[in-house]
Design a protein around this ligand. Structure first.
Ligand code: ADP
Ligand code: MG
Length: 477
């Protein structure tokens, strides 16, 4: 007599129960429901896509072996997944997915078992303490307080705050912060870590650069201690990994990151990642990782506008107890446009020059110091340059941009051009307006506001603007 799907599955479970650690059995096997058996294909019901992927990653061999014992060598497993229908809707959908057909794994493809055999050896662990204590590697100067809020960072700064208040329990998991060099990714990621440490002193927070993570992984793999490596990271409550673009082509480290990510995410731990480009553009990073990065929130840091640059400079001066004439601060903020690190660099050079030459800081000195700075760091981008770039991008003619056409594409291109001109050039609103067939400054203000609003509500529009911003940024190098 043919066995039923329940009988087959129960027999499999009887074996699996003896092999898998109790905790893992409870987590990964008890929630499974067998639903059908047809020929040699057993269909099981799993709670989520994640669950399915986890089983395929970690238990495919075990499942294959046990099922083949029951159903013979042609046994196959199919999954039925409850698909989370997203925000609000709580009606579960199901989706059928075939298993990997039980391909045999070679040794180096094997998943990483979660069991730990050796005592921990890890440079971050503070030895001699009973409870595991980890040195968070955070720099206390990077706080939310010292991170000036502006249009350029409002979304991600607020998301970061929320994450710091409720790590692991919001939908911002992982939180991926991306943006160009020197725009504050490290500062913000560390600010979140510091804030968690302040609000939740019992949580284990760890900041690590991707470089360090990769080196550590390689050391451990040379010493056959990959499990220790993975296990250590799986004990962290809030894991911050900086500059994940360096993972491209670190294939085996990516496997480890995958195991760590899954475990942390599944157990409600928080991940914060930074990258110099949007996750979708990370070349050489496995798709399965990229798809996980999309589970949470990816938000970018943009180039700060003039007001924000002023505020950053003023805050920095206040914190360091410095003073200089307002016109000098304005001069720096006007001239250093694309990178906060350079903004600070300019300030420091100016101070150094002033004390070296025993000379007060004034506009003349500022001009002298910044002349070298600006020439080597950024070229002037003109309104005309930007107009040309936007015209190329949207395939709109230059004439149209200047005329009164109200066609939607043209209007949008015009508004974006004004917006970029405001961020990237030091022209007044009036001058910018004049470059568009003599429009007045209120039109420019209105355009900038419209662009900001659209960026908040329309992701495709936002992507386009960001791409254009990067083009302009590159042209300024
Ligand atoms: P990234 O990691 O994106 O290259 P960093 O986080 O290292 O950039 O930032 C570069 C410098 O600029 C740091 O000293 C940081 O404190 C400062 N900085 C960046 N953004 C801000 C901001 N919004 N407010 C204050 N300081 C900032
Ligand atoms: Mg950084």
């Amino acid at each position: 007599m043919q066995k039923t799907h329940e009988q087959v599955w129960n027999n499999c479970l009887a074996i699996i129960r003896d092999i898998v650690e109790w905790q893992h059995f409870k987590t990964w096997f008890e929630p499974i429901r067998p639903v059908a058996l047809k020929d040699n294909v057993l269909t099981i019901h799993v709670p989520s896509q994640f669950f399915y992927e986890y089983l395929e990653e970690h238990y495919v061999n075990l499942l294959a072996k046990t099922l083949k014992r029951e159903l013979g060598k042609d046994a196959r497993l199919e999954y039925r997944i409850m698909v989370d229908s997203g925000s609000g809707g709580n009606k579960p959908l199901t989706m059928d997915v075939a298993g990997q057909g039980f391909r045999t794994y070679t040794n180096n493809e094997m998943d990483f078992p979660l069991v730990i055999h050796n005592p921990l050896k890890n440079p971050f662990v503070i030895p001699g303490l009973k409870k595991m204590q980890v040195d968070s590697q955070l720099n206390p100067i990077y706080t939310f307080d010292s991170f000036v809020e502006g249009d350029c960072n409002r979304v991600v700064r607020r998301a970061g705050k929320t994450v710091a208040e409720k790590p692991g329990t919001t939908s911002f998991n992982p939180l991926v912060i991306y943006g160009g060099v020197g725009l504050g990714k490290t500062h913000l990621a560390q600010a979140i870590g510091n804030e968690v440490a302040r609000l939740h002193p019992n949580k284990v927070v760890l900041y690590v650069s991707s470089e360090k993570f990769i080196n550590q992984f390689q050391d451990h793999s040379r010493n056959n201690a990959i499990n220790d490596f993975i296990h250590f990271y799986q004990l962290i409550d809030v894991l911050i990994i900086d500059d994940i673009q360096f993972f491209s082509r670190a294939e085996r480290t990516q496997d480890a990151l995958f195991a760590i990510f899954n475990h942390l995410h599944q157990s409600g731990k928080q991940l914060i990642l930074t990258s110099d480009k949007p996750p979708k553009d990370l070349e050489g990073v496995q798709e399965r990782l990229l798809s996980r990065f999309r589970w949470g929130l990816s938000a970018d840091l943009q180039i700060p506008d003039y007001e924000t640059r002023m505020e950053i400079l003023e805050k920095k001066m206040r914190n360091d107890g410095l003073e200089m004439p307002k016109e000098v601060v304005k001069y720096i903020a006007y001239n250093i446009q694309t990178n906060v690190r350079e903004l600070e660099g300019a300030l420091i050079s100016l101070l150094a020059q002033s004390s070296l030459n025993k000379r007060d800081i004034d506009l003349e000195l500022a001009k002298k110091v910044l002349r070298n700075f600006i020439r080597t760091t950024s070229k002037e981008v003109t309104i005309e340059n930007i107009q040309k770039m936007v015209c190329d991008f949207y395939d709109v003619s230059y004439d149209k941009l200047l005329q009164k056409t109200r066609k939607r594409e043209v209007v949008q291109a015009r508004q974006i051009t004004m917006y970029l001109a405001k961020i990237f050039t030091k022209n007044s609103l009036k001058t910018i307006g004049e470059h568009f067939g003599g429009r007045d400054h209120t039109t420019v203000i209105h355009s900038c506001q419209t662009v900001k609003d659209l960026m908040d509500t329309d992701p495709i529009f936002r992507e386009n603007v960001i791409e254009l911003q990067q083009k302009v940024q590159l042209a300024a190098l």
